[in-house]
Design a protein around this ligand. Sequence first.
Ligand code: MN
Length: 300
Amino acid sequence: MRLLSFGENGSSVAVLCHDQTVVDISGAIPDSWERSRGLMRAVISNFESLRGGIEKLASEGNGVPLDSLTLTAPVPDPSKIVAAPVNYLDHMTEMNQASHIDSLGVFLKAPSSLIGHRGTVRLPYSDRRFDQEGELCFVISRQARNVKADNAFDYIFGFSIALDITMRGGEDRSTRKSFDTFTPMGPWILTSDEINSLADLQLRCWVNDELRQQAKISQLIWGVPELLEYVSSVMTLLPGDIISTGTPAGVGPIDSGDVIVAEVSEIGRLKVHVSDQGATLSVTKGAATGALGLQGMKQS
Ligand code: MN
């Protein structure tokens, strides 16, 4: 099942039908849920009771065209976004990093950085380098603390695609990756039951039709179960929380006017535009430090 969010603040939820149209399922959510917030966390929290009704709607089709809706991130308001810093060996090499996730642990991105499919990434500064990082991400189904890797799938609601947009330089990761619009996600969540073989999924990412990134999910240093075991040993995870698994080699500069497409086989394709409208000079001075040294400055 493919579930998505749309409308102001993701206050409506929908299912993708077999005929590729979309049916609003917001009316199925219990009235006790606060309607001014995103509804996907309510769907996730009540999924066992909602599932039959949603499946029936999805099988009937006759929805509206996907393109007629303005999508938000599938979970527009998670309690947190957790992300893996260096979780593919080829990315460690390209970044001249001496260590990877088993030394670095994980980091947090601001939930307010989320945008949806067909949204616009807004570059805040005109003098800094910004890169695309295509990633597989997953969504937590129920409260999770100290989960063992063997039981990880009991806590994973589904999978989606994320772009971990990043300013290069020496500032803290939580700064460089948390600007508003720096976490495109979507177009939808594919529920876990529809994933045949996670290890065989292919991640690809293009900028303006140039294929920059290509990897199999089996190349993750910490796979999805190990990542969930670790993250849940650090912090309590809640329904709707997002964990992004890291990016393979091929990150590179993005600029105003670019189109970024990230794809994970079986799941779908996430597409966003890039704009520098309103960009100013960088407030902080980290451009000359960090993993890529001077390359933290924009090359013209
Ligand atoms: Mn990343």
